[in-house]
Design a protein around this ligand. Structure first.
Ligand code: FES
Length: 87
């Protein structure tokens, strides 16, 4: 059976970009090639988290298969993608 592809959107709005989103955009440098082959990754404009006062939505945000995740580091992105691929 063909493996489903995971849609990944890295927020590159200003708040996210300056708080770590820029590092996440270098995903080809730190993600496992196997993961890269299973994910469609792109930058996207503001996902809205920075427009709220809720500290839960700390930048940078990433949307994975339609679900928003805050405060994503390079390591966290790798973990989240592994979980999404294995789900
Ligand atoms: S800039 Fe990323 S949520 Fe607004």
């Amino acid at each position: 059976m063909e493996q489903k592809r995971i849609s990944v959107k890295i927020c590159v709005g200003t708040a996210c970009f300056v708080q770590g989103g820029a590092d996440l955009l270098l995903y080809e440098d730190f993600l496992d090639p196997e993961l890269l082959g299973l994910c469609d990754i792109e930058g996207t404009s503001c996902l809205g988290g920075c427009k709220t006062d809720d500290p839960k939505w700390k930048a940078p945000l990433v949307e994975i298969a339609g679900v928003l995740y805050p405060n994503v580091t390079k390591q966290r992105l790798a973990e989240l993608l592994r979980e999404a691929v294995d789900a």
